[in-house]
Design a protein around this ligand. Structure first.
Ligand code: HEC
Ligand code: HEC
Length: 324
C-alpha cells in the first residue's frame, strides 16, 4: 500500500513537471520566428498601371480593405470609397483576439519600413516581417507574381496614416495552437505564378475563386482553431461570427448541386446581378461590396468556374442561425 502511494506520488510529480514544461514551452514558442528566405530580386515599380491594377485588387476581388480597415469604415467601403488600409479590424475567436495590422506606409505604425520582399513573403509564405507565423486568415499563397507586384505598388502609393493597432491577444489555447499547429506555408520560392490569360474563362475563374477572391476560403468548412480546411471545397457549412452574440452565418454550398447548392439554376446574368446588388444581411461577413466593384469579365469567369465544379451534396441548414 505504502509503495503504491509512493509510486502514485512519483507519477503525479512527473506529470506536474511535464505540464509545467509544456506551459513554459508554449509561453515562448507561440511567438517563435521562422527562417523563410526572401525573394531579394523582387522589386516593385510604381507605374500608374501597376498602382491602378493594385487598387482594383485591394478594394475589389482580393478585398484586403475589408480586413485591413476598422469595422466602422465598412459603410464607407460599401459606398465605394477608398478608405485607408490603416488596420484595426479585429476578430474574437475561441483562441483569442486577432487584430489586422496597418498597411499604410507609416514607418512607425504601418509597413513603411518593410521591404518589397518582406511584403511578398507575408502573402506567399504567411510569415510576418519579423518571421513569426501569421494566424492564417489570408490565403493568397498562389496569387500571381504580377498581382502581388501590383498590390504592393498600390500599398506603397497610399498616404501614410499613423494608427497604432493592438497586438494579438492569444489565450492559452491560442498560444498552444500557434506553438504546434501553425507555421509558414511552403509555396516554393522559385515557382513564378502567372495570372492565367488567353481567354479560358474556367481557368481564369478558378484562379480568382481559389487564389484571389477567397470564395473557397469561406465557402469551405474549416476548423476555426487553426484555419485548416475540413470540408469539401466550395460545399459551404463554415460557421462565421455575427455581431449578434450567439448567432452565426453558415456559408452556403456554392457547388452546382441540384438539391443543396444555393446557386443551382442561377443563370450567368442572375449571378452578375446578385453580385452587383450587394449584401442582403447587413452584418454578413462576406465582402459583397468589394465583389460589386469587380469587372463583368471577372464575375463571369467566377460563375463559369463554379458551374464547372463537381456538385457536392451538403445541406448546410439555415444561413443565419444560433451557434452550436
Ligand atoms: C480575411 C482577412 C484578411 C484579408 C482579406 C487580408 N488580410 Fe492581411 N492580415 C490579416 C490579419 C488578421 C493579419 C495579421 C495576422 C497575425 O498577426 O497573425 C494580416 C497580416 C498581413 C500582413 C503582415 C504584416 C506583418 O506583420 O508583417 C500583410 C503584409 C498583409 N496582411 C497584407 C494583406 C494584403 C496585401 C491583402 C490583400 C491582398 C490582405 N492582407 C488581405 C487579415 C487579412
Ligand atoms: C469572408 C467570407 C466569405 C467570402 C470571402 C465569400 N463569401 Fe459568399 N457568403 C458568405 C456568407 C457568410 C454568406 C451567407 C450570408 C450572406 O448571404 O451574405 C455568403 C453567401 C453567398 C451566396 C448566397 C447569396 C444569396 O443570395 O443567397 C453566394 C452565391 C456566395 N456567397 C458566393 C460567393 C462567391 C462566389 C465568393 C467569391 C467571389 C464568396 N461568396 C466569398 C461568406 C463569404
Amino acid at each position: 500500500m505504502k509503495a503504491l502511494l509512493k509510486w502514485g506520488l512519483y507519477l503525479l510529480s512527473a506529470l506536474f513537471v511535464l505540464i509545467a514544461g509544456l506551459l513554459i514551452y508554449i509561453q515562448n514558442a507561440w511567438n517563435r520566428t521562422f527562417d523563410v528566405p526572401l525573394d531579394e530580386t523582387f522589386q516593385v515599380v510604381l507605374t500608374p498601371e501597376a498602382v491602378e491594377n493594385g487598387r482594383y485588387l485591394v478594394y475589389g476581388p482580393a478585398h484586403c480593405a475589408y480586413c485591413h480597415a476598422a469595422k466602422d469604415l465598412w459603410p464607407a467601403l460599401d459606398a465605394g470609397e477608398y478608405v485607408p488600409l490603416s488596420g484595426g479590424y479585429y476578430w474574437d475567436f475561441e483562441i483569442g483576439r486577432i487584430t489586422s495590422p496597418n498597411l499604410t506606409p507609416d514607418p512607425e505604425t504601418g509597413i513603411g519600413d518593410y521591404t518589397d520582399a518582406e511584403l511578398k513573403r507575408a502573402l506567399r509564405a504567411n510569415v510576418s516581417q519579423k518571421g513569426r507565423a501569421l494566424f492564417p486568415l489570408m490565403d493568397f499563397h498562389q496569387i500571381s507574381d504580377q498581382d502581388i507586384h501590383d498590390i504592393i505598388a498600390y500599398i506603397r502609393s497610399q498616404p501614410p496614416v499613423v494608427n497604432e493597432v493592438a497586438d494579438n491577444q492569444f489565450n492559452l489555447l491560442g498560444k498552444a495552437i500557434m506553438s504546434f499547429g501553425i507555421g509558414p506555408v511552403d509555396w516554393g520560392m522559385d515557382a513564378p505564378r502567372y495570372r492565367p490569360a488567353g481567354g479560358d474563362l474556367i481557368t481564369y475563374g478558378a484562379y480568382l475563386a481559389n487564389n484571389v477572391t477567397a470564395c473557397m476560403a469561406c465557402h469551405t468548412k474549416r476548423d476555426l482553431k487553426d484555419g485548416s480546411y475540413i470540408g469539401e471545397r466550395f460545399a459551404g457549412g463554415f460557421p462565421m461570427q455575427s455581431s449578434e452574440p450567439g448567432m452565426v452565418y453558415v456559408t452556403p454550398n456554392i457547388t452546382p448541386d441540384p438539391e443543396t447548392g444555393i446557386m443551382f439554376g442561377w443563370t450567368e446574368d442572375a449571378f452578375v446581378h446578385r453580385f452587383l446588388a450587394g449584401r442582403v444581411y447587413a452584418d454578413s461577413p462576406m465582402p459583397w461590396a468589394a465583389y460589386a466593384r469587380m469587372t463583368d469579365e471577372d464575375l463571369r469567369a467566377i460563375y463559369a468556374y463554379l458551374m464547372s465544379l463537381e456538385p457536392v451534396r451538403n445541406d448546410i441548414g439555415p444561413i443565419y442561425t444560433a451557434a452550436k
